[in-house]
Structure formats: structure tokens, C-alpha cells
Design a protein around this ligand. Structure first.
Ligand code: SAM
Length: 256
């Protein structure tokens, strides 16, 4: 894979399509999730017609959690990935959910209780992906699902991932990709910029948050560019797998 040079953390200057200079992206994104936390899970099902569940199942299968492994679900939100990893490892892996938004974590804990799961089977930590509250070499595996696009300082966060991974550890990222294959592009764009904000307004009472979602996807690096940035952060053997015609992709890389 070719390594292309790029400016560090260019996404910090963009909130969706809005150019921001004040360095306040992290706060603005936090505000988005404060507002939608209560409706976040139901919106995911509605927006994707449940398909996000299939992507997340596949993601968890690729992570393949094993007994005794310590795994970080970064930007873990309401714990959708953590609960899958817990189930797959029959409760035998040690899973930490870290997110900088306390409202999302609170929703996750409540939803687990509603579903008869024990939130205390997980470690819940408030922390910023760009300044992780963990010592070096803490985790066997780190995953981030639909989180990296929202992180203001993506390159800094990738370096933090490498720091807190154990040598021989592996990183996994599930994220929307900015472009989809030609036959789907028109309909996908119309859906993103018309239906999503409309649904956001009707269901989560927040049109702007879902307009931001559509825009932030277009501002995220494509699969090749993200792979190059993972390599520049220090990950090796980086690869990716497109899902649903490249609407999303699963990247992975190793720390050696
Ligand atoms: N991983 C969950 C999932 O797949 O459903 C939640 C994804 S949600 C779209 C994005 C999450 O990223 C939010 O919970 C948000 O608070 C979190 N986030 C954004 N920037 C962050 C940062 N700098 N550090 C930690 N979490 C962050």
C-alpha cells in the first residue's frame, strides 16, 4: 500500500460541510450526541432498516473475541459492539467501553438493564479517543464502530490506539465510506440528504444532527486514504473489506 503524506487531523476543521476554525469540533460533536442519545438506537434501526445490525454482527465476528482477551470498544456509545463481543466470547473477554459522552454511556447501561444484561459485566469509562485514559499496552484488541468519523483529531486518535494496544494486538474500524458504487450513488445521495434529516426531525426531533451525519460521511477519508493514515499512525498489515457495496467498510491493522 502506498503511503501518501497528508496534513494531520484535517477533519478538525470541518463540522459536516461547515468549515470551522475555532477548534471546537469535539464540543460540537458532543452536543450532537447529547441531543440524540435517547433516540440513538431506534434511529439506527430506522435509518438503516436494521442493516446496521448485520454490519455490526460481521464486525464482531471479525474481531473474534477470545476468553481472557482485553478489548476496548472505543467511542462505544450505547455498547452495541460491546454486547456482541460479550456474547461471542460467552462473557469470557474483558470488555471496556470508552466514550467521551456520558449521556450515550448512560443510555447503553439502561438499555442493557432493560434487555436483562448486566452492565457491570463491562468496564464503562468516560474518555477522549485523542487522549485515552489508559496506560500503554493495555489491550489485545481495540475496535471503533461509527466513531472515528466523529472524532475531531483522527490521526491523534489512531496514534493513541497504537499506544494502548499490546504488541501483537489488532485494531478494527467499522465506518461509513464517502463514496458508493455508481449504480447506487444517486439514490444513496438522495436518501442521505433528504430522508435522513427528515427522519431525524420526526423521530429524534433533531434534523441538524442527521444532516451532520450525511455530511460527515462525505468528509471522511475513503478506504485507501484511511488505510494510509492507519499505516502512518504505526499500524501494519492494514486491510479493509467493503460491506453493502462500499456504503461502509471494515478496516483492520496490527501493532507489531
Ligand atoms: N460505537 C457505537 C455504535 O456503533 O453504535 C456508537 C457510535 S456513535 C455514531 C459515535 C460515538 O462516538 C458517540 O457515542 C460519540 O460520543 C463518540 N465520540 C465522538 N468523538 C469522540 C471522542 N473524541 N472520544 C470518544 N468518543 C467520541
Amino acid at each position: 500500500m502506498t503511503k501518501s503524506r497528508h496534513r494531520t487531523n484535517p477533519e478538525a476543521e470541518w463540522f459536516g460541510f461547515e468549515h470551522i476554525t475555532a477548534g471546537n469540533k469535539a464540543e460540537r460533536v458532543r452536543g450532537v450526541f447529547d441531543k440524540v442519545a435517547a433516540r440513538y438506537d431506534v434511529m439506527n434501526d430506522l435509518m438503516s432498516l436494521g442493516v446496521h445490525r448485520l454490519w455490526k454482527d460481521r464486525f464482531a465476528a471479525m474481531i473474534a473475541p477470545r476468553a481472557g482477551e482485553s478489548i476496548l470498544d472505543l467511542a462505544g456509545g450505547t455498547g452495541d459492539i460491546a454486547r456482541r463481543l460479550h456474547r461471542r466470547s460467552h462473557g469470557q473477554s474483558k470488555i471496556t467501553i470508552c466514550d467521551y459522552n456520558a449521556a450515550m454511556l448512560e443510555q447503553g447501561r439502561n438499555r442493557m438493564l432493560d434487555d436483562g444484561l448486566l452492565p457491570d459485566a463491562f468496564t464503562w469509562t468516560t474518555g477522549d479517543a485523542a487522549d485515552l485514559p489508559f496506560p500503554a499496552a493495555s489491550f489485545d484488541k481495540i475496535c471503533i464502530s461509527f466513531g472515528l468519523r466523529n472524532v475531531a483529531l483522527i490521526d491523534t486518535a489512531l496514534k493513541e490506539v497504537v499506544r494502548v494496544l499490546k504488541p501483537g494486538g489488532r485494531f478494527f474500524c467499522l465506518e461509513f465510506s464517502p463514496g458508493v458504487a455508481a449504480p447506487l450513488k444517486d439514490i444513496y445521495d438522495r436518501y442521505s440528504f433528504s430522508v435522513l434529516p427528515w427522519l431525524g426531525e420526526k423521530v429524534a426531533n433533531d434534523r441538524a444532527a442527521y444532516q451532520y451525519l450525511a455530511e460527515s460521511i462525505r468528509q471522511f477519508p475513503d478506504q485507501q486514504a484511511l488505510a494510509a493514515r492507519m499505516e502512518q499512525a504505526g499500524l501494519a498489515r492494514v486491510r479493509w473489506l467493503d460491506v453493502s457495496f462500499g456504503i461502509a467498510a471494515i478496516h483492520s491493522g496490527w501493532k507489531f
